[in-house]
Design a protein around this ligand. Structure first.
Ligand code: NAD
Length: 501
């Protein structure tokens, strides 16, 4: 750590084995407020030594510690208490996330009101992990299944919704009886460390929940490669995801991958066009377009395209850009400097490829705009689906509009992409709604709505958007192994032991 000015900065520590500890290597790095561009805290730079300590603590917690001996109902009570504590600390954590990430306070306040529900949901599920007795077709055998915790979980997360990813991964993992080591994004590590303190207050035994911060190739890679990590739960880009998938495969670790998207938001002529225009805006400009589920390809039926685009541009023009802490701000800064440059690069690519810029397209300025990471909400028309702007994830407030004639063409264009995370359909025709929801290759299909997410509903991707599901009952099975138990109820064993029973 350096100069005089830096001494006033908040200096975070790793959270390992129930305690906040300095990094073994004695190194910290800066974290910035994306709105002001100012460094506001120091984050520990984790090395293999920190990862080794955290995984050892997590392994001990699962094998010899008090957590290992707890009944599922006791585990559930811990999760419930954590949910209650999160309610109390929600407003404070929301502000920290805004400072570190640039997300709107309004969005964070909403998220943090809702997040305790994830902890309550998995608290309730902890003691409902039931195996089954199989009516087996062999005489004198009792055969049943049991679901056991998979082992130590490594959770690696993206920078766009750090606290939400903690809930999505840790709540089902801990409910399943696993311990966890979280490696948040180097750009937004503060909230996971702040959250860690709540696990102490809730009474989690040491080692059950750990946070080690640092860079992907250093801290993240050491965690993925650690032989005592049984399961890797990853949220991030498909490029990093593929790399981690390959690393995990060497030790046959279990993996789940929540990756990127290029989701089609499809508007038919018979839709409620005002609602659809709001849905299109929500799909691409909410959270400054920095969501995996961004409806970044807007497919509009040609017969209403001009009329619809006019509505959309009017809405985009009304968006207030500025301070994420202000209640009336609609669009905040881009979270990281590299991401800001990437968004502007993609705007240039779209122009060069022949898309028609009809709104925005440059760094934003004006009252309330500080620092240097604001981009205007940007809309391109006359995009064709083979352009890079239609195929590659921008992860920013940049919308591509593509016209289509009929349902068949909408399905063809909608699916013609490497990703399959989400899709939106706007229509009043119930038959078409059902047909589209079946035909679109995406983990989530929204009809006449967009960005609806719940702890109760499985979430995840098809194709290059990933594998596995978060949320809902399915998510807990990502952290469980099924064991089949056979018990011979007789004293006999077949006379010929060389044939299968
Ligand atoms: P990223 O892939 O760059 O990083 C994600 C995490 O992986 C970070 O913690 C990073 O430090 C770590 N990492 C990087 N290299 C690593 C390595 N070699 N070994 C181990 N860990 C490594 O992603 P990002 O830029 O933080 O996030 C944006 C991406 O995340 C977008 O593609 C977005 O679509 C995706 N995302 C997906 C979902 C989803 O649920 N499907 C949700 C949010 C974001």
């Amino acid at each position: 750590m350096g100069g005089t000015g830096e001494r006033t900065l908040k200096t975070y520590q790793h959270f390992i084995n129930g305690e906040f500890v300095d990094p073994e290597g004695g190194d910290w790095f800066d974290t910035e407020n994306p709105y002001t561009g100012e460094v506001w805290a120091k984050i520990p730079r984790g090395t293999k030594a920190d990862v080794d300590k955290a995984v050892a603590a997590a392994k001990a917690a699962m094998t010899t510690g008090p957590f290992a001996g707890m009944s599922p109902s006791q585990r559930g009570k811990l999760l419930r208490r954590l949910g209650d504590i999160l309610v109390e600390h929600g407003p404070r954590l929301a502000e920290i996330e805004v400072r570190d990430n640039g997300k709107l306070l309004a969005e964070m306040a909403g998220q943090l009101k809702y997040q305790p529900e994830s902890w309550y949901y998995y608290a309730g599920l902890a003691d409902k992990i039931e195996g089954s007795v199989v009516p087996i077709d062999k005489p004198n055998h009792l055969a049943f299944t049991r679901h056991e915790p998979v082992g130590v979980v490594a959770a690696l997360t993206a920078w766009n919704s750090p606290l939400m990813f903690v809930a999505w991964k840790a709540a089902p993992a801990l409910a399943a009886g696993c311990s966890i080591v979280i490696k948040p994004s180097e750009f937004t590590s503060a909230s996971a460390l702040e959250f860690a303190a709540l696990t102490v207050e809730a009474g989690f035994p040491p080692g059950v929940f750990n946070v080690v911060t640092g860079f992907g190739a250093e801290t993240g890679a050491a965690l993925v490669e650690h032989p005592d990590v049984a399961k890797v739960s990853f949220t991030g880009s498909d490029t990093t995801g593929a790399h981690i998938y390959a690393a995990a495969a060497k030790q046959m670790k279990r993996v789940s991958m929540e990756l990127g998207g290029k989701s089609p938001n499809i508007v038919f002529a018979d839709a409620n066009l005002d609602a659809a225009a709001s849905g299109a805006v929500s799909g691409i400009f909410a959270a400054t377009g920095q969501t995996c589920i961004a409806g970044s390809r807007l497919l509009v039926q040609n017969s209403i395209k001009d009329q619809f685009v006019a509505k959309l541009v009017a809405l985009a023009k009304s968006a207030k850009i500025g301070d994420p802490m202000a209640a009336d701000t609609n669009i905040g800064p881009v979270t990281t400097p590299p991401q800001y440059r990437k968004v502007l690069d993609y705007i240039n690519v779209a122009k060069a490829d022949g898309a028609t810029l009809i709104h925005g397209g440059k760094p934003a300025s004006g009252p309330g705009v500080k620092g240097s990471q604001f981009v205007e909400p940007t809309i391109f028309d006359n995009v064709t689906n083979d352009m890079r702007i239609a195929q590659e994830e921008v992860f920013g407030p940049v919308l591509s509009i593509i016209g289509f004639e009929d349902e068949a063409e909408a399905i063809r264009i909608g699916n013609d992409v490497i990703y399959g995370l989400a899709a939106g359909v706007w229509t009043r025709d119930i038959g078409r709604a059902v047909r589209m929801s079946e035909a679109l290759k995406a983990g989530t299909v929204w009809v006449n709505t967009y960005r609806a997410i719940s702890y109760m509903m499985p979430f995840g991707g098809m194709k290059k958007s990933g594998t596995g599901r978060e949320n809902g009952i399915e998510a807990i099975h990502e952290f469980l192994e099924t064991k089949s138990v056979w018990i011979n109820t007789s004293e006999d064993f077949p006379a010929n032991p060389f044939v299968m029973r």
